[in-house]
Design a protein around this ligand. Structure first.
Ligand code: ZN
Length: 290
């Protein structure tokens, strides 16, 4: 690429990434509350001071105002600035990784990463994945399938079908066996859309990245819980119930329902697989000697 063009591309992507990040903050804050994205204009949630354009410049306004409202000095959450910076960083990575092989993929993946950011923060605090995000991801999936630089459209189709069907099966089985919902419908649709977007190889990698650390964390928490439980009663065997009663409640109910929304882990895994999946998979296959 022409050097001047490269500089221009990166600067433009960074600035645009910050501005879109600023909009994502509006989506993350307002969508779960059922508020309109356009009205009312941005304002302080405490004193209702209406932000002017110079109060709303990504990152810079936060630094200039010292993280406080101009009028009432109420602290502004650093999350707003973090989302702006994160979105810009992800977009820059997208351009770095994909632009030379396919500009369409670079743009589609950049938009998908912004959607992932919204899903991450909304699911984390509200435990819900909105259908409109799935629809955008599905449309982007169709785009990356048609414009795959290696013409590997079948990989995307297999990924889409596998993601959806496997998650559906797990959700149905879990509901049948445990009598409660373990995997939400939002997760099932998310896995399907991500499979179409990434292709089956990167879907598989993304799922591994998403589930293995989460499973380890849950196991560790349970082990620690069991360890604490084992320590607290007197050690002379008095805690054993000779009457044959169940001594403790079933382990499954220890984690409260919805304590671990799966969405944030899933989109993190998908994002890593999207950006770094191809080198990781190539390295792993070389390791196996395939
Ligand atoms: Zn204020």
């Amino acid at each position: 690429m022409d050097q001047l063009f490269t500089v221009y591309l990166y600067v433009l992507t960074g600035l645009l990434g910050l501005c879109v990040g600023s909009f994502l903050n509006v989506v993350i804050y307002r969508l779960p509350k059922g508020m309109s994205l356009a009205t009312p204009p941005s304002h302080c949630t405490r004193c209702n001071y209406r932000l002017r354009w110079f109060d709303n410049v990504p990152v810079l306004s936060y630094l200039f105002l010292g993280g406080k409202c101009r009028k009432c000095r109420a602290p502004i959450s650093f999350r707003y600035t973090a989302v702006e910076l994160l979105n810009a960083a992800l977009w820059l990575l997208c351009v770095r990784v994909f632009w030379e092989t396919s500009a369409v993929s670079a743009i589609a993946f950049a938009v998908a990463l912004s959607v992932f950011l919204c899903i991450f923060f909304i699911d984390l605090s509200h435990g819900v994945i909105f259908d409109r995000f799935q629809i955008i991801l599905l449309a982007l999936g169709v785009l990356t399938t048609v414009f795959d630089p290696d013409f590997a459209w079948y990989s995307h189709l297999i990924g889409g079908a596998a993601g959806f069907l496997v998650f559906l099966l797990v959700a149905l089985l879990f509901a049948r066996l445990c009598g409660r919902e373990g995997l939400g419908g939002g997760d099932v649709k998310l896995a399907g859309a991500a499979g179409l977007l990434l292709g089956w190889e990167r879907l598989l990698l993304g799922l591994l990245i998403a589930t293995v650390p989460l499973a380890l964390f849950i196991l560790l928490r349970r082990a620690l819980g069991a360890f604490k439980k084992g320590k607290s009663p007197p050690a002379d065997g008095a805690s054993l119930t000779p009457t044959g009663e169940k001594p403790c409640p079933p382990e499954e109910d220890e984690l409260p329902e919805g304590a671990f929304p799966f969405g944030p882990a899933l989109v993190t895994g998908f994002a890593v697989a999207m950006l770094f999946g191809t080198p990781i998979i190539t390295w792993y296959l070389a390791l196996l000697g395939v």
